[in-house]
Design a binder for this molecule. Structure first.
Ligand code: ADP
Ligand code: XUL
Length: 535
């Protein structure tokens, strides 16, 4: 019997899952720490620090390190026989970057086990904060990088995405431009995933192609840094970037720090990846023809791709998959946070939100609500503010249905570029516990929707990746289908089926939704809203 630990450092929390592999694979430990509630000394709200300028969204790498320490303490106190812990892998919110000076290389390897990691690595940061995926402040840098490599289309074909504000490359360029001295003092730039893996291994480790492809810096076909993009981003950047290595690379063993501090064994530390690539594994999308929707802080829709197909509309991404193939993904910033805004605005609980959704007619009487509370990634909206078509501001249930329908219609519209035919959606993320929301998903997509026992598929995917990499390191590789068997089983009894008549209604509503989007973005005439309430 062997144990494998998966960790997921997401926007708002750190989660851990331990898998036990015997005749069957099962989950024997699960725990979660909330950044806001469990680490109030950092003063985050929804996992982020209060912004200084519009569009700027940062968090604290020391908070992530403290949370990792607390979680390793919880794992150590779990009562599991941790001598059987073979390997650890992790998942990180994508795109966020951590800036370290030259002292990190030695400090990471000789942390004092009597103290928590945060105060010990504070002096290694050449930038005290980390810009994260919600940041939308780098439009200028996006334009500059795209122009320098021959245009957005060239950048997308080479790296899998056009330049996006939240991607690491544009963020690095902005840091170089605004704080040249601090940039010069930076020896290594990690993403969230490779930073936390480096802490565990006690030395700088590589970035995997899943997270490397979220930087606008990696050549997707070869999984190596693309010199033209690296040079277009900032001078001297090539020397500051970690290596890129296959997702199943063993970076080392758990450093002596974790062994002494928490009595953990020298388990293998496998490269971490991004949360979406890990979710691909944790929702069982290890072959083409399946799709998943994650309803986390962000909402994402994704699917495995054997060959990369770039989004001609420029909204979607192609990332590396931890299987060695590729994944298509479209990301929506106004996910759970927008649902929460509506819930809180009308003083609802989640059960009351669900009841309001169930009590409102599908199609919302023809009203459309665009829930762009925060800057939106898809479609790009830099000046936030919700837009209402036919909806009065005091209509609580109209807003509840409006936010969910708009999110689902937007996902359907902006995932067409992936050209995947699927009849089942694997739902994951915190809000996938809500069956009323999943009902709207099933009706809009005309597909069955499955729930899973583990809602944090990124964390589960990380644990499964640990197992996969360990098997390779032991010389007896496993098929991915075998890796995900037993644990990533959709809950059959919980399958939600679409209603054909409602699906037909949503198909007719999709062009109306698209027209509202176009109108709100100043790209089209006022849409023909039929049967809506007075504006
Ligand atoms: P992260 O992206 O940080 O990993 P999670 O996947 O953990 O986020 O999702 C957390 C979110 O799930 C919360 O912010 C909350 O809005 C949402 N959530 C939790 N329970 C429900 C529910 N019953 N209905 C709708 N949303 C929910
Ligand atoms: C994906 C994206 C988000 C983050 C946070 O491109 O920006 O989904 O990974 O979870």
């Amino acid at each position: 019997m062997s144990l494998y630990l998966g960790l997921d450092s997401s926007t708002q929390s750190l989660t851990a899952v331990v898998l036990e592999v015997a005749a069957r694979t099962r989950i024997v430990f699960k725990a979660s720490l909330s950044f806001d509630a469990d680490f109030p000394q950092y003063g985050t709200r929804h996992g982020v620090l209060a912004g200084t300028e519009p569009g700027v969204v940062v968090s604290s790498p020391l908070l992530w390190a403290d949370a990792l320490d607390a979680m390793m303490g919880k794992v150590a106190a779990s009562g599991l026989d941790l001598r059987r812990l073979e390997a650890i892998a992790g998942s990180g919110q994508q795109h966020g970057s951590v800036y370290l000076n030259a002292s990190a290389a030695s400090v990471l390897g000789r942390l004092d086990p009597r103290q928590s990691p945060a105060p010990q690595i504070a002096g290694c940061l050449s930038r005290p904060v980390s810009p994260i995926w919600m940041d939308s402040s780098t439009s200028r840098e996006c334009e500059e990088i795209a122009a320098a490599v021959g245009g957005q289309r060239v950048l997308a074909e080479r790296t899998g995405s056009r330049a996006f504000e939240r991607f690491t490359g544009p963020q690095i360029r902005k840091f170089f431009r605004q704080e040249p001295a601090a940039y010069a003092a930076t020896d290594r730039i990690h993403v969230v995933s490779s930073f936390l893996a480096s802490l565990l291994a006690g030395r700088h480790v590589a970035i995997d192609p899943g997270d490397g492809s979220g930087m606008n810096l990696m050549d997707l076909a070869t999984a190596t840094w693309w010199p033209l993009a690296v040079d277009a981003t900032a001078p001297g950047l090539a020397a500051k970037l970690p290596d890129i290595a296959a997702s199943w690379t063993v970076a080392g063993t758990l450093s002596p720090y974790w062994q002494s501090r928490h009595g953990l064994p020298p388990a293998r530390v496998v490269l971490w990846s991004g949360d979406n690539p890990c979710s691909l594994i944790g929702t069982g999308l290890v072959r083409e023809g399946l799709a998943a929707i994650s309803l986390g802080t962000s909402d994402t829709v994704f699917s495995l791709m054997r060959q990369p197909r770039i989004d001609p509309t420029g909204t979607g991404h192609v990332f590396g998959s931890p299987t060695g193939a590729f994944m298509g993904l479209t990301c929506f910033a106004n996910g759970s946070i927008a649902r929460e805004r509506v819930r809180d605005q009308f003083g609802l609980t989640w059960p009351a939100f669900s009841a309001a959704l169930a009590a409102t007619p599908p199609g919302n009487g023809g009203c459309i609500f665009l829930p762009w509370f925060d800057p939106e990634i898809t479609p790009p909206v830099l000046t936030p503010g919700p837009r209402r078509y036919g909806l009065t501001t005091d209509d609580a249930s109209g807003h509840v249905r409006g936010v969910v329908e708009a999110q689902m219609l937007s996902m359907a519209l902006h995932s067409e570029w992936m050209q995947i035919t699927f009849d089942t959606i694997h739902a994951t993320g915190g809000a996938s516990a809500n069956r009323e929301i999943l009902g709207v998903m099933a009706d809009v997509f005309g597909a069955d929707v499955c729930q899973f026992e583990v809602e944090d598929s990124a964390c589960l995917g990380a644990a499964l990746r640990a197992r996969h990499a360990h098997a390779i390191a032991e010389g007896h590789p496993l098929d991915w289908e075998d890796v995900v068997r037993d644990v990533v089983e959709p809950l059959i009894a919980a399958r939600i089926q679409p209603d054909r008549a409602r699906h037909a209604m949503y198909r007719d509503l999709l062009p109306v939704y698209a027209a509202c989007e176009a109108h709100a973005l100043g790209r089209g005439p006022a849409p023909p809203i039929a049967g809506c309430r007075a504006p």
